[in-house]
Design a protein around this ligand. Structure first.
Ligand SMILES: CC(=O)N[C@@H]([C@@H](O)[C@H](O)[C@H](O)CO)[C@@H](O)CC(=O)C(=O)O
Length: 303
């Protein structure tokens, strides 16, 4: 079994809408082309950054279809199939398997606070529905559910479980999951603000919601870590954090701001779906400054 295809920088794929707010195949293709050109390892499709929570089942199936159409065989494809019910999650999982995705992933059940036994059963039912490998998604700050190392260990007895995408904030969680899983498991860093720290504490790779706004910087940060160049890795992380704080400090939601950054970088993928808020007039000025900071950082670290 080789897990190399999961190692590297894996941007969380954004929802690409037309001017009326419907899923757009041509704009999805534009984002695929842009990420392919940047040289990322893969994409994580239909997760938080994909606004999955605001999309119908058919829309989510369309997104999985379009991304596979333009990227299958060109990079690693991970389908996020978490949905409110096990039934819908399985529909998405089977669809992704038919499309030839490399792996599935899912958040735990949301809304009701369910016991470990129900969460375990939810993930296990999805895993059993297809032959694909599976990546647990731990993101307590949005789901209210915290994966424990003990439950992770139990899930790993199923050989299809190959890792965890850990978006909790303590890097110690990454260290604990790596200790449980060892070398045959892939731990993905979730919080982009501590990508370098996460890698040093045991993450083999990263899946992130801000990567696509500045893939060059994350690819370089990963290279610095791989080469043991921790001084420069820390410096680039600090610059990345200035940018992320900027992305999160506007009237519009972070994803609306990122989409406008991408628009300025030549990729128009529309705006966000309500209740996420779009950018305001005032934001456009601040976005000019962010784009300039990204360009300067690329010039400083990547040329
Ligand atoms: C809580 C949250 O949304 N976390 C993001 C981060 O990438 C986050 O956007 C970033 O660290 C900025 O805060 C990712 O872990 C989510 C993600 O990759 C996804 O599923 O789209």
């Amino acid at each position: 079994m080789t897990l190399d295809k999961f190692h590297g920088i894996i941007p969380a794929f954004y929802a690409c809408y037309d001017n009326e707010g419907n899923i757009s195949e041509s704009r999805t293709q534009a984002l695929c082309d842009y990420l392919l050109e940047k040289g990322v390892q893969g994409v994580y499709v239909g997760g938080s950054s994909g606004e999955c929570i605001y999309q119908s089942l058919d829309e989510r199936k369309d997104v999985l279809t379009f991304v596979a159409k333009y990227l299958k065989g060109k990079m690693t494809l991970i389908a996020h199939v978490g949905a409110p019910s096990t039934r819908d999650s399985i529909v998405l999982a089977k669809h992704a398997a038919e499309l030839g995705y490399d792996a599935l992933s899912a958040i735990p059940p949301i809304y009701f606070r369910l016991p470990d036994s129900a969460v375990y059963k939810y993930w296990s039912d999805i895993i059993e529905a297809t032959p694909l490998e599976f990546i647990i998604y731990n993101i307590p700050q949005t789901t209210g559910y915290t994966l424990t190392p003990a439950l992770f260990e139990k899930l790993l007895t199923n050989k299809k479980v190959i890792g965890v995408k850990n978006s909790s904030m303590p890097t110690m969680d990454i260290e604990r999951f790596k200790k449980v899983g060892g070398k045959d498991v892939v731990i993905f860093n979730g919080p982009d603000e501590q990508f370098v720290a996460g890698r040093i504490m045991g993450a083999d790779a990263g899946i992130g919601g801000t990567y696509a706004a500045m893939p060059e910087l994350f690819l370089k940060a990963n290279e610095f870590v791989k080469n043991g160049n921790f001084q420069q890795a820390t410096e680039i992380q600090s610059k990345i954090n200035d940018i992320i704080i900027g992305l999160c400090s506007m009237n519009g939601s972070m994803y609306a701001v990122i989409k406008e950054v991408l628009n300025r970088r030549g990729v128009n993928i529309g705006s966000v779906r309500a209740p996420l808020e779009g950018i305001s007039e005032a934001d456009t000025v601040s976005i000019d400054a962010i784009v300039k900071t990204i360009d300067q950082a690329i010039e400083q670290f990547c040329r």
